[in-house]
Design a protein around this ligand. Structure first.
Ligand code: ADP
Length: 475
């Protein structure tokens, strides 16, 4: 763990294993932090706040820029660590490191653009001035599916704003977090500004994050269930929260779209990170008369994707994170097949040697998916593509909106009017129009409804770490 600028074991000496999900091998043992460690980290962050927040924006920017350059220098090593502990193919890991570094660069610039405002008063002897100031100590909880970029997406704006941080990464991927803290240390960010607590059991750390009086904000990316629970507790202590939670993205193909082009896009985004992404399409709506053409193109592309160890060249489908993820996918596929879905390809765990040692599930395509199936409602977080046929009389936008989630949605059409109506009518935070990658450090990312609150990246991203202070001056 990295606390107050020093690398530390857990106070109680405990450790836990980090596994390679492609092979089941133990990669490393890391400190299993608990109550005392998190308190020490929060104290260190609190102590560092006065120093860090009183630097100039230019000084903070410089540290972030240095960290960005170090990330670029270490891109290959970071990508390899990520593939080993998280499983994604090396090419995808490199892309993620770049995406992660983009946040450091973007917020190195935004640090200098934290503007307040002056407001005219109706009284001639009064002036209003609005200041933006850092919130204080930020607690950050990050997931395993994007183990580098989810750290920088939170830490870069927090640090740019002048906040200090205690980070708790997911128990499956602490090694990426350790490498990132080495970068912050090498960038000579002052001690206590960034602190890392690794833990096998997140609960004791989470309890302190939501209740300790020094913590002013919780930023969380993970499941809706845990996010709601933590938000409920944090609200009792009036802590600010940002939540980036689950999704159940619709992917709508309109009848004027090219089915081949749409299928190509749908495959790329569905199987990104083996379906383990909150923006992964979970309901692919295709006009009934286009289902055959779409499915043929879609499944031929799926069949061409090689599953395997992400370190091996040409691999497109890495392992799932663990046995629970396999069980969830198996359950959803069995439920769909029982209720009348048709299996086009995949549909089983891969047990061929040597993949049987890891958690591999064959990329799967289901057609005839209907609203009564689990997969129509429940986030899959795995490599299963459910195709749903719709008729001209159906209101496909209403069908797409029929979910508790509201993160990403995708639309394929050649009509600008349809594109605009869909963009306006879909109740989701991120809409890709003929575009499967509507994400960037410069663009606001986040959801509505059960997908969370707050935005990450962009101008909005830094506001999440700022307090608005009003000054009324009698002159
Ligand atoms: P997933 O099911 O995708 O693993 P989780 O919400 O369980 O999603 O995990 C996301 C992050 O939340 C991880 O860092 C995990 O350790 C953390 N987490 C899970 N449960 C708790 C909890 N009770 N308190 C604090 N953090 C938690």
């Amino acid at each position: 763990m990295f606390i107050d600028g020093k690398w530390k074991e857990a106070e109680n000496g405990g450790t836990f294993d980090v596994l390679n999900p492609a092979t089941g091998e133990v990669l490393a043992k890391v400190a299993d932090g608990g109550h005392e460690d998190v308190i020490a980290a929060i104290n260190a962050a609190d102590k560092a706040f006065s120093v860090w927040s009183s630097l100039t924006a230019y000084q903070r920017s410089h540290y972030l820029y240095t960290a960005f350059q170090l990330m670029m220098d270490k891109k290959e090593d970071l990508a390899r660590t990520m593939t080993l502990e998280q499983g994604k193919p090396l090419a995808a890991a490199r892309n993620e490191v770049q995406y992660g570094a983009d946040f450091l660069l973007w917020f190195a610039e935004e640090a200098k653009r934290i503007y307040g405002q002056t407001i005219p008063s109706s009284r001639p002897d009064q002036r209003f001035i609005v200041l933006k100031q850092p919130l204080g100590v930020v607690a950050a909880i990050t997931p395993w599916n994007y183990p580098v970029s989810m750290i920088t997406r939170k830490l870069a704006p927090a640090l740019a704003a002048g906040c200090t941080v205690v980070l708790k990464p997911a128990e499956a991927t602490p090694l990426c977090a350790i490498e990132m803290c080495k970068i912050f240390q090498e960038a000579q960010i002052p001690e206590g500004v960034v602190n890392l607590v690794t833990a096998c059991d997140p609960k004791p750390v989470g309890e302190q994050f939501v209740s300790h009086p020094f913590v002013r904000k919780l930023t969380f990316t993970g499941s809706t269930k845990v996010g709601k629970m933590l938000a409920g507790k944090a609200s009792r202590h009036m802590k600010r929260i940002s939540l980036e939670l689950g999704g159940h993205a619709p992917f709508i193909v309109f009848d004027d779209a090219d089915p081949v082009h749409a299928a190509k896009g749908a495959v790329l985004v569905k199987f990104l990170n083996t379906g383990q992404a909150c923006i992964s399409p979970n309901r692919i709506f295709v006009p009934r008369h286009m289902v055959d053409a779409f499915t043929a193109e879609f499944s031929s592309r799926v069949n061409a994707m090689k599953a395997g160890n992400g370190m091996d060249p040409g691999v497109k489908i890495g392992p799932l994170v663990g046995p629970d993820a396999i069980a969830k996918v198996e359950n959803q596929v069995a439920d769909a097949l029982k209720k009348g879905a048709r299996l086009i390809t995949g549909g089983k765990r891969i047990m061929d040697s040597p993949l049987e040692k890891g958690y591999f599930y064959a990329p799967t395509v289901l057609t005839r998916v209907t609203q009564d199936m689990l997969i129509f409602r429940e986030e899959t977080f795995g490599p299963v593509a459910p195709i749903i046929a719709y008729d001209p009389a159906d209101d496909v936008i209403a069908m797409a909106n029929d979910t508790n989630y509201g993160l990403a949605a995708y639309v394929y059409t050649q009509s600008t009017s349809r594109a605009m109506r869909a963009f306006e009518g879909l109740r989701f935070g991120i809409i890709g129009i003929n575009d499967i990658n509507p994400t960037s450090a410069a663009a606001p990312f986040g959801g509505i409804k059960d997908s969370g609150m707050g935005r990450e990246g962009a101008k909005e991203g830094i506001n999440e770490y700022l307090e608005t202070k009003l000054g009324g001056f009698s002159v």
